[in-house]
Design a protein around this ligand. Structure first.
Ligand code: 2PG
Ligand code: MG
Length: 417
């Protein structure tokens, strides 16, 4: 079986920006399609997202160049078996031949990489999650079980995902593991709806941020946390027993001239002060997980913080899903978990390799969406296939986010009818 055609077009993401939709056609008639997401709080070392820069179209954000590049990969993929994902991705990396995929664009490369996987799963007549699980097992040489991940739902948006002065980018709720996915999601939706009513009662805005969470003009993080806990209680649930809270500080966005500028708190913190501030907040509210508490270059603060604490500490911008950076993190005892975003590294195989490395070294894995998303639900299948344990994919609202939750509901129903 061979790849006979690769066709891409520009489509839109959830922030009204163009992105790629690539279709890979196999000569047995199978077709695989994939759309790529796009971040706002991006790490400096992420793979390169190629945009046209032509101000006459989409304010320079067009991806016509990436569309063309993705279609041109046919000439190097024609002879490769679509089921050999590693070979496909290696060929794409070789063809690009830059450190950060800047020649073809990581958006172009990833769209081909994911569409090939989908086409191959169709050709083999397997679900995408089963196909990815087979691929993952092949890489780990182990029998890797599949599981439905616990969701982390971002219900209050701040930072660069919202037009308010809340410093912390994401306030997420996590249903307890005692619930299956369907029930955990239902409880989370109840909290989301109670939060909406609570905000209305207080005369606060219920308009939403980029990931579907509410984005009222609050200042202090404590105000946000109090509102979330009140909503959990109003939903008839017990904080911590039924639902706990996770944060993504996206602290690289707060870091300027060697200090953390917290507008909501009206403070400027040194690294030591930021450690103290976060530890106090986390201990007071018994927060279960914190992502990017420090800037991606502030490795010393990361080290101290990891050494001091045993809650989940998640590296996003600091690792950007790259094996090399995660290796450095493991060596330096930085963080104990990693956020996994396909487009930070740019191919499916490299993403799977990073997941393998994390698991081998006892790091927890969280498969993640981007703030600019599409209806593509690839990450739901990926989270199940690699037994990731956790997924973060926004609020339980807006179709770009619910596409992933709905896909997980379907998979759960298939696996555990
Ligand atoms: C993050 C992500 C997703 P962005 O920081 O974890 O929530 O945001 O896609 O803007 O980087
Ligand atoms: Mg993050």
């Amino acid at each position: 079986m061979k790849i006979s055609r690769i066709k891409s077009i520009e489509v839109l993401d959830s922030r009204a920006r163009p992105t790629l939709c690539t279709s890979v056609y196999l000569d047995d008639g199978s077709i695989g399609q994939a759309m790529v997401p796009s971040g706002a709080s991006t790490g400096q070392l992420e793979a390169y997202e190629l945009r046209d820069g032509d101000k006459q179209r989409y304010g320079g954000l067009g991806v016509q160049g990436a569309v063309k590049n993705s279609e041109e990969t046919l000439k190097i993929l024609r002879e490769v078996s679509p089921e050999d994902q590693l070979e496909i991705d290696n060929k794409l990396i070789e063809f690009d031949a830059t450190e950060n995929k800047s020649k073809l664009g990581a958006n172009a490369i990833l769209s081909v990489s994911l569409a090939c996987a989908r086409a191959a799963s169709k050709s083999m007549n397997t679900s995408l999650y089963e196909y990815l699980n087979i691929m993952y097992k092949g890489m780990t040489n182990k029998d890797s079980a599949m599981s439905i991940p616990v969701p982390m739902l971002n219900i209050m948006n701040g930072g660069c995902h919202a037009n308010n002065s809340v410093d912390i980018q994401e306030f997420m709720i996590i249903p307890s593991k005692k619930f299956n996915f369907k029930d955990g999601l239902m409880k989370s939706v109840e909290v989301y709806n109670h939060l909406k009513n609570l905000l209305k009662e207080k005369g606060l805005s219920v308009s939403v941020g980029d990931e579907g969470g509410f984005a009222p003009s609050l200042k202090k993080s404590e105000e946000v946390l109090d509102l979330i806990i009140e909503s959990i209680e109003r939903a008839g649930l017990t904080y911590l027993d039924d639902i706990s809270i996770a944060l993504d500080c996206a602290a690289s966005e707060l870091f300027t001239e060697n200090s953390y500028r917290l507008i909501g708190e009206n403070k400027n913190f040194s690294s030591e002060q930021m450690i103290y501030y976060l530890e106090s907040l986390i201990n007071k509210y018994e927060i279960k997980s914190v992502e990017d508490p420090f800037d991606e270059t502030d490795w010393d603060a990361w080290k101290t913080f990891t050494n001091n604490n045993d809650f989940q500490i998640v590296g996003d911008d600091i690792f950007v899903t790259k094996e090399k950076l995660l290796k450095k993190g493991i060596k330096n005892k930085v963080a104990n978990s990693i956020l996994i975003k396909l487009n930070q590294v740019g191919t499916l195989s490299e993403t799977l390799q990073t997941i393998c490395l994390a698991k081998k070294n006892g790091y927890k894995t969280i498969i993640s969406h981007r703030s600019g998303e599409t209806e593509d639900s690839f990450i739901a299948d990926l989270a199940v296939a690699v037994d990731a344990g956790q997924i973060k994919t926004g609020a339980p609202a807006r179709s770009d986010r619910t596409a992933k939750y709905n896909r997980l509901l379907l998979i759960e129903d298939e696996l555990y009818p």
